[in-house]
Design a protein around this ligand. Structure first.
Ligand SMILES: Nc1ncnc2c1ncn2[C@@H]1O[C@H](COP(=O)(O)OP(=O)(O)O)[C@@H](O)[C@H]1O
Ligand SMILES: [Mg+2]
Length: 595
């Protein structure tokens, strides 16, 4: 499978995830809550005991009182009955509550751990994993685990205890009847096993298809603009419908298994009752058992089949959850991060940043996007990069920020290899402004500050410098204006100004601009150009320029072509060379003439 295909594949749902290692690792998340788990265990054994009590009381009630036709002296028994019911109520309440509490606590821990882990992944990782898939990890996969905890794991222990209590009670009261009641058990186990296999396979298939629906939905909503502009709604809908029909088909297969299984269990249960009554008929006649005993047994065998029936369903829940946990752990074990050397040094930038014979490819065995590129960015100077689309310009920024490490060659800051520097320090050197600005929902102020300390004078100066002051003055709520999800309420130009303000507030050493003015109207562009002009006198700038007119006075212009640095020099020098740059300038000049 190519990487492209793998990207769009729904998540694999492993067929046999029942692995001890997984369970042990999951158990680790419950460890901090062991006192609560212990309490749960006690509650469950108490619950199991209370489960057989009503039958025992029924038995006594019938044999001792009803048989004599008088209820005299039965008060204590009735009181015991009520106490058992009330006790059962309290135990079951506490059990549910505690179970949910422990489960949710553990899930919070896991979700936060996943989130923190995600935030630390490298850019490469995010390029390979669609957002929808990562969201599924943190939301529904964790939810599946919780379900397993609530109605799998612990419930199975509870069920097992109930079963044990019931079987124990049966043998204790009458071994013969107990044997009759349990005689049918092998048949039930066979039926359960058949069901488990059939339903299990179909169930996993529904999971896979459900994941496909999610992935499709996520993609279509993200691309809604494109869908609507190209009037692709009907096609999208067909795709969605097809996926849903696939899902329905698999779902019906699971339902078929259930629909067969439940009546079979009913049938077996009735068979057991018949056998009990038949057997008891003889014994009653012989006076070997009492009516009370028969009734109590009938009552108990009803309770007996419930946990067994549920066990089969729980198995599916466990399967899903284990598959989820496997995916979660695979994500947690992902080591795609930009490594920081042990004892990484703080960054000192006094002289220059240097790219030394760098070769880079996004996939280690793929096309070289940057080839043997060397260049110096001296402190306080202005470097501009130009070249056709796809030449590798943005990739240089990725390398400078250490979103990726070069395959060959190295990046140095004042002679220190970037790999030996503190990652945070290195990134803090740069103030990055891209063509597409990301704006978080929240206020303008929050978007400028991010989580940096608030400094009102700096903020005022930043607003002034970035020309955002006019906009803020125009807004009735000023800096406290909500910008909407992804900053929808701002125009592209305003978002760009915001990005500059954000960058300036950071007070970086080096300004990195990647076609920052490509998307905006000429009026805003003039504004931004003025901003850049002003700050570039005190900062080092590394500008990827879309419009060549904006970089005329750069100290050095790098001309890139297919990953290589083919020319470098000042504007005048390069024009005089009559090379690639001169051609690019002429091309743009004629374009703007034509416009
Ligand atoms: N994340 C990525 N994964 C794989 N290939 C990429 C990635 N980003 C860019 N490329 C490829 O690298 C080449 C250079 O891209 P880029 O540096 O963005 O070019 P430029 O900014 O000069 O237009 C292009 O051919 C592009 O397809
Ligand atoms: Mg680019």
């Amino acid at each position: 499978m190519s990487e492209q295909e793998a990207f769009f594949q729904p998540d694999a749902v492993d067929a046999h995830p029942l692995r001890q290692a997984l369970l042990w690792r999951l158990a680790g998340y419950l460890k901090p809550y062991w006192p609560a788990l212990l309490a749960l265990l006690l509650l469950m054994s108490l619950g199991a005991f209370l489960e057989v009590m009503p039958s025992q009381l029924t038995l006594v009630m019938i044999n001792r009182f009803m048989a004599q036709g008088s209820l005299q002296g039965a008060t204590r028994l009735v009181a015991a009955f009520i106490a058992v019911l009330a006790g059962g109520f309290i135990v079951s309440f506490l059990r549910y509550y505690l179970l949910a509490w422990v489960g949710q606590k553990a899930m919070v821990d896991l979700r936060v751990q996943l989130f923190t882990h995600l935030m630390g992944r490298s850019t490469h990782f995010f390029h390979r994993n669609p957002v929808g898939r990562l969201m599924t990890r943190v939301t529904s996969d964790v939810q599946n685990l919780n379900e397993m905890f609530a109605s799998g794991f612990v419930a199975i222990v509870g069920d097992a205890m109930s079963l044990l209590a019931i079987v124990g009670w049966m043998f204790w009261t009458n071994a013969g009847m107990a044997l009759v009641a349990l005689g049918i058990l092998p048949l039930l186990l066979v039926a359960t096993e058949v069901f488990r296999r059939r339903a299990g396979e179909a169930f996993r298939e529904t999971q896979r298809r459900y994941a496909a629906i999610n992935a499709y939905l996520q993609e279509q909503i993200s691309g809604i603009g494109l869908v609507q502009v190209n009037a692709q709604e009907a096609r999208s809908e067909r795709g969605f419908r097809a996926l849903n029909e696939d899902y329905l088909e698999a779902f019906l297969r699971t339902i078929f298994a259930y629909a067969v299984f439940f009546p079979v269990v009913e049938f077996i249960t009735s068979g057991t009752l018949a056998a009990l009554i038949f057997y008891a008929g003889f014994k009653l006649k012989a006076g070997a058992i009492t009516w009370g005993l028969l009734l109590a047994f009938i009552q108990q065998s009803g309770r007996f089949f419930r946990p067994i029936r549920e066990l089969a369903e729980r198995y599916n829940v466990m399967q899903t959850a284990l598959a989820s946990s496997e995916r979660i752990f695979r994500l947690l074990d992902n080591r795609e991060e930009i490594p920081e050397a042990p004892g990484a040094k703080p960054v000192a930038f006094e002289r220059e940043i240097r790219l030394e014979d760098i070769t880079f490819a996004y996939d280690a065995d793929g096309r070289r996007v940057v080839r043997n590129l060397s260049g110096v960015i001296p402190k306080g100077r202005r470097i501009a990069v130009v070249g056709h689309t796809g030449a590798g310009k943005s990739t240089l920024i990725n390398l400078l920020m250490r979103f990726y490490d070069p395959l060959e060659g190295r990046l140095t800051v004042d002679g220190q290899d970037a790999r030996e520097l503190r990652l945070r320090d290195l990134r803090a050197l740069f103030g990055l402004v891209l063509q597409d600005v990301f704006v978080f929902s929240g206020t303008l102020r929050e978007n400028i500050l991010l989580d940096r300390p608030e400094d009102e004078t700096r903020l005022v100066s930043v607003l002034e410098q970035s020309q955002l002051k006019d906009l803020v003055a125009r807004l009735p709520q000023g800096l406290e204006t909500q910008v909407g999800e992804r900053g929808q309420k701002l125009s592209a130009g305003e978002r760009q100004l915001l990005a500059f303000a954000r960058m300036l507030y950071q007070e970086p050493e080096v300004l990195l601009l990647d076609e920052a003015t490509a998307n905006i109207d000429s009026e805003t562009e003039a504004k931004i150009q003025a901003v850049i002009e002003r700050v570039s006198h005190r900062l080092t700038t590394f500008t990827i320029a879309h419009r060549l007119s904006t970089i005329r006075d750069a100290d050095e212009i790098w001309v890139m072509d297919q990953g290589a640095l083919v020319e470098r020099g000042t504007h005048d020098g390069l024009i005089a060379q009559e090379g690639v740059y001169a051609k690019l300038v002429r091309l743009q000049f004629t374009e703007s003439e034509a416009a």
